[in-house]
Design a protein around this ligand. Sequence first.
Ligand code: ATP
Ligand code: MG
Length: 362
Amino acid sequence: MKKIILTGDRPTGRLHVGHYVGSLKRRVELQNSGEYDKVNIMIADAQALTDNADNPEKVRQNIIEVALDYMSCGLDPNKSTIFIQSQISELCELSFYYMNLVTVARLQRNPTVKTEIKMRNFEASIPVGFFTYPISQASDITAFDATTVPAGEDQMPMIEQTREIVRRFNSIYGEALVEPDILLPSNQACLRLPGTDGKAKMSKSLGNCIYLSDDSDTLRKKIMSMYTDPDHLKVSDPGKIEGNTVFTYLDAFSKPEQFERYLPEYAGLDELKAHYQKGGLGDVKVKKFLFSVLEEELEPIRAKRKELEKDIPYIYEVLKKGSDDARQTAAQTLSRVKNAMKINYFDDAELIRAQSEKYKAE
Ligand code: ATP
Ligand code: MG
């Protein structure tokens, strides 16, 4: 079986380091590994509109931001198909049929949707489109026959929902759809990177992000005001590592050789943690180290972005070409789905033949 990737992001803002460690960095590695037959990267504008219906300009303006972030990180249009969801109308058609395979109760149980409804204060007025976005996500994934979805932990219930739809579809209509697997980050700290405020998830909607495009000064300021251990008041106090965002970020980003470069007095992260727990290590020193670590990772991305920003029409060309390509693939899947569902009346010579026989016989 072919190995195919589908993954993407909502154009509701620039991409942040949570996206980077949760999915983006992995995508670039997989793209360059040559192990995949196809890599599809989707800018999910239609999904973004499900909770931004009254703010289309936000979605429209952020398409280019996401595309620039993608290509700054190394997603390469010669190796990956980068496209815009709304341009692939076949995806809506698939959703319309998949909706028959999912119950309202099942959608209500989806833990990610539950959390997001709370976060957006939607309790009493959930837009139907938002409520059903897990179904639309199943269409995105299956339209490309994706086997692999590199994503953060928050996407697990979505992929599970997709797998259920695939199994139900295939059992009713015959094997037409591919069941995907989620590919989670291997580093525990990257499954769900917390925000700079210590909240459970760095998220555009929560305003607790370090953006890939933040300049050096902004990065320094954000790190210096980051949440650590609220009880670690004096340098000599023993400090907590658990729930201490600065250490979680070091788990996510630091490399052993960076200790030699910036903190040669420590053999590695374990030793730094032990010192902090014992007392005698101040937050500022750890934060300065984190700044150096992140600066190393983000500086090349920033520089690449500056280059790409010089030719915006080219980025739109890339997106148009990607969308044309994606549309062809999705159309093939839709046709397969309609054949399986027997809504292919005009292509089914056998249907017409059998019915004419029947009426002749009467
Ligand atoms: P929004 O608030 O608009 O939902 P978001 O910041 O949650 O935005 P999405 O576009 O919903 O971002 O997520 C895109 C991808 O990035 C998904 O694969 C998701 O799992 C991953 N991701 C987002 N935030 C994090 C995070 N904090 N840690 C790890 N992965 C993340
Ligand atoms: Mg999200």
